[in-house]
Write a protein that binds this ligand. Structure first.
Ligand code: SF4
Length: 197
């Protein structure tokens, strides 16, 4: 029989030391969170399929570039952001950081890390793979590693991510990626036509 004592983390000590009051924020209900974890974990388990699906979805958005341009990207942003928030909110608990890295993080959103780490886990991951700060939540970076290893682009997780640009919060990653891909495509076409002349 093992006589190893459970590890008491710094976060547990801070929580225990906090004054007890009658106020308990609704958003911290473990049962409510468990439900959203189950969808989030499903997405990680199906990261390969979601990677395949997203590649096609991004192509459709890119094909629609003339439509976005005609409408004006700024006009399209409201409805597209609404759709993105709801779809990704359901599937990934997306926090709308506006600079999505799901393709590099095994379809596990790093903004769900309580420390919002974008480049791997902190040193406090529990032995069962759960979060130091929220003991009932699987560590998003443990999940990111598991999800990324099923994906074709499994090495993308090794890429160092830039710090979050807070000015992009609540904006659409889908439109940003589309506009960037369209600009790159146009630049490549211009370069090719320049070579021909
Ligand atoms: S990385 Fe940002 S945009 Fe992507 S799911 Fe997470 S919060 Fe949403």
């Amino acid at each position: 029989m093992s006589d190893a004592k459970p590890v008491v983390t710094q976060a547990t000590l801070v929580k225990k030391a906090a004054p007890k009051t009658d106020f308990k924020p609704a958003g911290v209900s473990p049962s409510r969170r468990q439900r959203s974890y189950s969808v989030r974990l499903w997405s990680v388990r199906h990261s390969r399929f979601l990677e395949w699906f997203y590649a096609r979805f991004a192509n459709v958005f890119l094909m629609l570039h003339p439509v976005w341009k005609w409408l004006g990207y700024h006009r399209a942003e409201g409805p597209v952001t609404f759709l993105e928030r709801n779809v990704k909110g359901l599937m990934f608990d997306c926090r709308m950081c506006g600079q999505c890295v799901l393709s590099s993080t095994g379809m596990s959103c790093p903004m769900n890390c309580p420390k919002q780490l974008r480049n791997g886990p902190c040193g406090g991951v529990r032995a069962n793979g759960n979060c130091e700060v929220e003991p009932d939540m699987p560590c998003v970076w443990v999940q990111a590693w598991l999800g990324s290893q099923q994906m074709r682009g499994s090495d993308a997780i090794l890429k160092v991510q830039k710090p979050v640009d807070q000015s992009l919060r609540e904006t659409s990653s889908w439109l940003r990626v589309t506009a960037k891909a369209a600009a790159e495509r146009e630049a490549a076409q211009n370069a090719a036509s320049g070579d021909v002349k």
